[in-house]
Write a protein that binds this ligand. Structure first.
Ligand code: S3P
Length: 174
């Protein structure tokens, strides 16, 4: 069956969509950030503060590998989880990668009150989000099996679109 990996920028709605897909597809959802917080016993911002971004990325890589050993999961990936080749290789080997996108303005509205996104600390504005998104765009696009644009759509419609896009992939793998 394989896993479904939801990737994309912070605040694009990966977790919300993953929880809905969990109910629609009767498959288990794994939220990477939440699993990391549970395992480390501290918020993401504290992991960054105490140990630095590289250590966080190492924990993330370890989790990608763990999740790759399971099957049928809907994985809501941290926004930076696809930045390392070893992570995307693992994801490709164990499932389908779905990129969710939204405009910087939409993202800003969703993340502006967040205190637990260290990457945006001190840079919580549309301009910064646009620049970082632009820097990551090629990476997101090149690793994705398909792309779902989310602006102006409701959660159910987005999930239906994902399920429809997954259909031919599942059929061809049988
Ligand atoms: C990050 C995204 C965050 C979290 C961490 C780093 C990133 O996840 O993993 O703060 O580098 O884009 P969300 O995309 O779930 O916010």
């Amino acid at each position: 069956m394989g896993n479904i990996y939801l990737i994309g920028f912070m605040g694009v709605g990966k977790s919300t969509i993953a929880y809905h897909l969990e109910r629609m597809l009767h498959r288990e959802c794994a939220e990477m950030d939440r699993l990391i917080v549970e395992k480390q016993g501290m918020p993401i911002s504290e992991i960054f503060e105490k140990y630095g971004e590289e250590a966080f990325r190492d924990i993330e890589t370890q989790l990608v590998q763990e999740l790759g050993r399971k099957d049928g999961l809907i994985v809501s990936c941290g926004g930076g989880a696809v930045l390392r080749d070893e992570n995307t290789k693992d994801m490709k080997a164990h499932g389908v990668i779905v990129l969710l996108t939204a405009t910087p303005e939409t993202i800003y509205e969703r993340v502006k009150k967040s205190k637990d996104r260290p990457i945006l600390n001190g840079n919580m504005n549309v301009q910064y989000i646009r620049e970082l998104m632009e820097k990551r765009r090629t990476r997101y696009e090149e690793v994705a099996d398909f792309v779902i644009q989310t602006d102006g759509k409701n959660v159910t419609d987005i999930c239906r679109e994902i399920i429809a896009a997954l259909q031919p992939i599942h059929k061809s793998s049988h």
